[in-house]
Design a protein around this ligand. Structure first.
Ligand SMILES: C[S@@+](CC[C@H](N)C(=O)[O-])C[C@H]1O[C@@H](n2cnc3c(N)ncnc32)[C@H](O)[C@@H]1O
Length: 226
């Protein structure tokens, strides 16, 4: 969608219930404060155009979903999808997920964290910009309840392998990596995300894993921010 038409489309909807600014958020991101109920909460980091947010919220009406997307254009596109499907259990936050996970999500609150096709930052000197860095992993896993899930898919093998290594080092309380089931797409949008659709349609391998948190995280070390 070109920028102009995103603005024009956005103007047709009341996006306020489905698109939040970081400055307008409650101090803590919880279901009661965001949705006015006690349902389980799952967060997707880097929602892009919002396909996952739209399909997962429609398929799981008894769970709340928050998508955090740093690029305003994509946060708005994802919010438009949620408004179109009249989602009452999902909203987008336009902002950076890293500080939110560092200090705005209570320990052991989330039922799941989803990270699909994070930006690979190919150049060696830029790899420190990857969202799945040690500090983010530790912060995100701390927010997961025992039994909660951490999903990570990518089409970048180096990102996949190095993240699996770092997960074992930084968050051993997650348990072992588990395989995700991948099924045949039954229609044009029957993919986890837009990037998954693009990779599969171009026959690019997709690496998928999820973890289950087996026990509580250790106390926050003093060198991990928040
Ligand atoms: C490669 S895209 C993948 C989008 C989507 N997950 C998909 O699979 O189609 C990565 C997305 O993560 C977003 N992103 C990168 N860093 C982020 C951060 N710190 N917080 C929130 N979103 C972020 C980018 O703006 C981009 O939309």
């Amino acid at each position: 969608m070109p920028r102009r038409s995103i603005r024009a489309t956005a103007a047709q909807f009341d996006l306020r219930p489905v698109l939040r600014e970081v400055g307008d958020l409650p101090a803590q991101l919880t279901s009661p404060l965001l949705f006015g109920n006690e349902r389980p909460l799952e967060i997707e980091v880097g929602s892009g155009k919002g396909l996952f947010m739209q399909s997962v919220s429609a398929a799981n009406p008894k769970t709340n979903f928050v998508g955090v997307e740093i690029a305003r254009k994509y946060a708005t596109m994802a919010a438009i999808r949620l408004a179109r499907s009249d989602a009452k259990n999902a909203l987008m936050i336009a902002g950076d997920a890293e500080p939110l996970f560092a200090s705005r999500i209570p320990v052991e609150l989330l039922a799941a964290v989803h990270v699909y096709f994070p930006d690979p930052w190919w150049k060696a000197k830029h790899k420190s910009r990857r969202v799945l860095n040690d500090q983010f992993i530790a912060n995100a896993v701390r927010t997961l309840q025992v039994g909660g899930r951490f999903h990570f898919w990518t089409d970048v093998l180096d990102y996949f392998s190095s993240t699996i290594e770092r997960m074992a080092m930084v968050a051993p309380e997650l348990g072992p990596p588990l395989p995700e089931v991948c099924t045949e797409a039954k229609h044009e949008l029957d993919y986890r995300t837009h990037f998954e659709r693009r990779s599969r349609q171009h026959a690019i391998p997709v690496y998928r894993v999820y973890y289950r948190k087996l026990q509580s995280s250790p106390e926050r070390p003093t060198d991990i921010g928040g």
